[in-house]
Design a binder for this molecule. Structure first.
Ligand SMILES: [Zn+2]
Length: 518
């Protein structure tokens, strides 16, 4: 300690890049205000003048050659004086930033570093901490010991009675790998030659980023949605069946429709849908958008109260892809256009799962159906928009498909959803926020399910079935389930607080059921 100045030497590896990285990090912390009254001075054995200048450009106040002689050390305090009396301190920006902005590359570096820091901080805060991924021990599905189990799971995956609640954690993961490895065999994706290890690493990271503690929005729900979308795509013959070698890319055709959704989707769109399905709720905190907005969480503020969770899921999914080297298309030339198209599809698919936009999507789907019947309609004019409506329709159906599964499966999903809402109700009470009627049990389970089928599920599945006849099989399940819930309501007694068929024009029940799944 001399003259109020404290000297600290930071020892690092000898690698010069590491030294510059450290300098960049220190300067970033200074610019954010995390490090106060720190002046970085580089001390090194490196006598290369280019390196010395680079250090100064990266924000070092000075460069001293090692070993440092005592008489040089005595003058280091002069740097402190120079820095704190410099005219640049009168501006609102730290001196280091202004100097580095003189170089465009450094400025970009600064922007990207801050961006990365922000993304990582948000994701670390909201997702479970990722433990090291156990890739070497991950089962190869074609190994002798796995074949029998793989075949059993393949049969389950091709059945609409698929019940992910009945599967072990390992089997859930096997199902995901079966579907993705199968999709990788599509012509357009085979060309990308993505390694099995990269795929497994990424999928394991996705699994870890879901909160197991959520009764509903957990990895089991993600696998359920993935299987539903996989089932739809196989029905539409956009994916071959798991048990057939070849397939014809054709689907059922409705008489009047001149243009068919099946004809507009390419292999990369199919893969984007699968990816969006497994990642559409990644990192979900177990409370809905309303809760995040009402309690004014930083996440809600970040996204200005609009599709808060969905925006967060998209960001987390792409962050994991980047972090674990899962590259579908390079984000640089010559593949940048393909990458940006692919990214748009995934982003739009996940944003479409925001239930606040539910009725807008139902309207869009109906209008698309009319356009597709028109004689002079040319889909290539607005191909991207038309594709987004189809993709949105499919993932929305998959996201709430549990209401259209056989009743015993639909009921188990309804049970865990109510559990999650009850937990949210406890938090709302604790924070002094208004507690929703579904969150404190004021609405009976049969009533909430009947309302959800009437106001959300049936209008969606009906309009999608008209556009895509292959989805039509779900309508029968919905009708049976509605009747079963209705019978249950009668046998258990009418203790619900909501009146249906209200002629008052009050649409409060509409909002109530929108609140159910988001
Ligand atoms: Zn979901």
């Amino acid at each position: 300690m001399e003259g109020g100045v404290s000297l600290s030497e930071i020892h690092t590896k000898k690698d010069t890049l590491y030294g510059l990285e450290l300098l960049r990090y220190v300067n970033l912390e200074i610019s954010k205000g995390t490090l106060e009254r720190v002046i970085p001075i580089v001390c090194s054995f490196n006598e290369n003048s280019d390196f010395m200048l680079e250090c100064l450009n990266k924000g070092a106040a000075d460069y001293l050659l090692k070993p440092i002689r005592p008489e040089v050390a005595k003058t280091i305090f002069l740097h402190v004086h120079r820095t704190y009396t410099s005219p640049s301190r009168s501006t609102e920006y730290p001196r280091s930033i202004i100097r580095r902005f003189s170089n465009l590359e450094d400025r970009l570096d600064e922007i990207f570093t801050k961006d990365k820091w922000l993304t990582n901080t948000i994701i670390q805060y909201y997702t479970p901490s990722l433990s090291p991924l156990d890739i070497p021990n991950f089962p190869r599905l074609n190994s002798a010991s796995e074949i029998e189990r793989t075949n059993i799971l393949k049969k389950k995956l091709t059945d609409w009675e698929f019940d992910s609640h009945k599967l072990s954690e390992d089997d859930l993961m096997r199902c995901v790998v079966i579907i993705f490895e199968h999709a990788m065999e599509l012509d357009e994706l085979r060309e990308l030659s993505i390694s099995t290890d990269a795929l497994h690493r990424f999928l394991l990271a996705i699994r870890q980023a879901y909160h197991d503690s959520n009764p509903y929005h957990n990895f089991t729900h993600a696998v359920d949605v993935l299987q539903a979308i996989f089932f739809f795509l196989c029905e539409m013959r956009l994916l071959p069946s798991l048990f057939s070698a070849g397939y014809n890319r054709r689907g059922k055709s409705s008489n009047k429709q001149r243009c068919r959704p099946n004809d507009l989707l390419r292999d990369s769109d199919v893969f984007a849908l699968l990816l969006a399905s497994i990642g559409h709720d990644v990192g979900h905190p177990g409370v809905n958008n309303d809760f995040l907005i009402q309690s004014q969480t930083p996440l809600a503020q970040l996204y200005n109260d609009k599709s808060v969770l969905e925006s967060f899921h998209v960001m987390t999914l792409f962050n994991l892809m980047q972090k674990y080297g899962f590259k579908i298309y390079e984000s640089e030339p010559p593949c940048e256009t393909k990458y940006s198209e692919f990214r748009k599809i995934v982003v739009n698919a996940i944003l479409a799962t925001d239930m606040q936009l539910h009725h807008k999507y139902v309207k869009d789907i109906k209008e698309q159906k009319s356009r597709f019947e028109s004689v002079d309609f040319n889909p290539s004019q607005k191909l991207e928009e038309e594709k987004n409506i189809i993709i949105g329709a499919l993932i929305k159906c998959a996201d709430i498909s549990n209401t259209a599964r056989p009743y015993h499966i639909a009921k188990s999903w309804s049970n865990v959803l109510l559990q999650e809402f009850t937990c949210q109700g406890d938090l709302e009470r604790k924070l002094g926020l208004p507690v929703g009627p579904v969150n404190d049990g004021r609405v009976s389970q049969p009533d909430s399910q009947i309302g959800f089928i009437d106001f959300c599920a049936m209008p969606l599945f009906k309009s999608v079935s008209e556009l895509i006849p292959e989805i039509g099989f779900t309508l029968n399940y919905l009708e049976v389930n509605r009747k079963t819930w209705s019978d249950k309501k009668e046998t258990e007694g009418d203790n619900c607080s909501l009146r249906h068929n209200s002629s008052s024009g009050n649409n409060s029940e509409y909002y109530l059921f929108i609140y159910l799944v988001s």
